[in-house]
Design a protein around this ligand. Structure first.
Ligand SMILES: Cc1ncc(COP(=O)(O)O)c(C=O)c1O
Length: 390
């Protein structure tokens, strides 16, 4: 039998896409827990702890986490099916690909969706948001904290406070799939009503868990809806009693939870909330790693996609290929050096840029040397590609 101390994951290429990301041996070992009943007395407190530690990561006292088997996408379904009734208005702030997907999901459930689109690499101007909020009543405003297609970071606090001032009954929904645990989030203080995320990015766990955290205000709006919830699996009517039961230490069943993934998530949350670095230091280390990569890219003459550093994410970097070079010049050369990055995703400029993720241990565990390895591979790959094309 392998013990946790002996367990080492297999040698592999360094995964520095903006999610899934590298996970620790401890998290992978927790995922290999022997099969357990989802209603056993051993498992119930593990699930309950995950709910409590999720609140800690988002700095919220009493918001309600929903931990449900599925990917980040299921968060959009939960918001659309539980908080927006058919025919109600939703305002989506668009800073890249994921704004279109959230709009599409809201429309699928019958919402009337208006989008405010930022220019590529930018964020939506607050004055434009204010004007839209004054023009009609919106049930929800959604925005993407870090749009993974552009690496653009929106100012969550500013947006939430603007909505509270101009349209206090509108719920502020933040797609934080690419920002939880890599960007500072203060859910209660900033007044965010829903934060939705997934396990495979900053939360440093394998993919497969949808994590949605709803403020008590959002839960009240849900409780007072007049039409039926428009989903079966994503219904909070089904899941709310389950989450409450697990947190209270009782068994409950609606649909089988991903037991092993919950063990892995528990270990990652334990590392994030109960071991060094602290949450504040964790964010600082992400900022440092980000600056190192962005500075190195700049020194190599690469332009980043966000229009300036103040709107650039700290957990990822999106870079245009230099003139004359394309994806096939760079990505395979990085791969040959053991570094896996991601190509472009924004539909309008897909072939013109690539993305590097620097979340989780890649940013927080400097002894691993991940950031330096990425920078060195980038320098070598560019030099080699330039020689070839000269
Ligand atoms: C910002 C954002 N929202 C939503 C999603 C969808 O998450 P998933 O692919 O886990 O369904 C992603 C995935 O990368 C994302 O980056």
């Amino acid at each position: 039998m392998t013990s946790r101390e002996d367990f080492k994951q297999a040698q592999h290429k360094l995964l520095v896409i903006p999610g899934p990301i590298e996970v620790t041996d401890e998290v992978l070992f927790a995922n290999a827990h022997p099969s357990m009943s989802h209603v056993s007395p051993e498992f119930i407190p593990v699930f309950g702890d995950c709910i409590r530690m999720t609140r800690q990561v988002l700095l919220t006292k009493d918001a309600q986490p929903f931990l449900i088997s599925g990917s980040g996408t299921l968060g959009w379904d939960q918001v659309s099916a539980n908080l927006v009734e058919p025919g109600e208005n939703a305002l989506v702030l668009h800073t890249g690909y994921f704004g279109d997907s959230f709009s599409d999901c809201l429309q699928t459930y019958g919402a009337k969706v208006g989008q405010l689109k930022a220019p590529i690499g930018g964020t939506v101007d607050p004055a434009t948001i204010e004007k839209a909020l004054k023009s009609k009543k919106y049930k929800v405003l959604t925005f993407t904290h870090v749009d993974t297609s552009t690496g653009v970071l929106s100012n969550a606090k500013e947006i939430a406070q603007l909505v509270q001032r101009v349209s206090p009954s509108t719920l502020v929904v933040m797609d934080a799939v690419c920002s939880v645990a890599s960007e500072e989030i203060n859910m209660d203080d900033w007044g965010l009503d829903v934060v939705m995320t997934a396990s495979q990015k900053g939360l440093s766990t394998p993919p497969g868990l949808s994590i949605v955290v709803a403020s008590q205000k959002a839960i009240n709006v849900f409780q007072s809806r007049t039409s039926p919830v428009t989903s079966y699996y994503a219904s909070w009517r089904k899941w709310l009693p389950i989450m409450k039961a697990y947190e209270d230490g009782n068994a409950a069943y609606f649909a089988t939870p991903p037991v092993n993934l919950i063990y892995a998530f528990h270990e990652s949350l334990r590392q994030i909330t109960k071991t060094a670095p602290s949450l504040e230091k964790r964010f600082e280390l992400h900022r440092q790693a980000s600056k190192q990569i962005k500075d190195a890219a700049k020194a190599l003459g690469l332009n980043q996609l966000p229009v300036n550093d103040s709107v650039a994410a700290n957990g990822m970097t999106a870079l245009y290929y230099p003139d004359g070079l394309v994806a096939s010049d760079i990505l395979p050369r990085l791969g040959k050096r053991g570094i896996v990055v991601a190509g472009g995703l924004h539909t309008e400029i897909k072939d013109k840029y690539f993305r590097i993720g620097h979340m989780g241990v890649t940013a927080t565990d400097q002894q691993r040397g991940d950031v330096n390895a990425v920078i060195q591979a980038l320098q070598e790959s560019l030099a080699e590609a330039n020689l070839k094309s000269a």
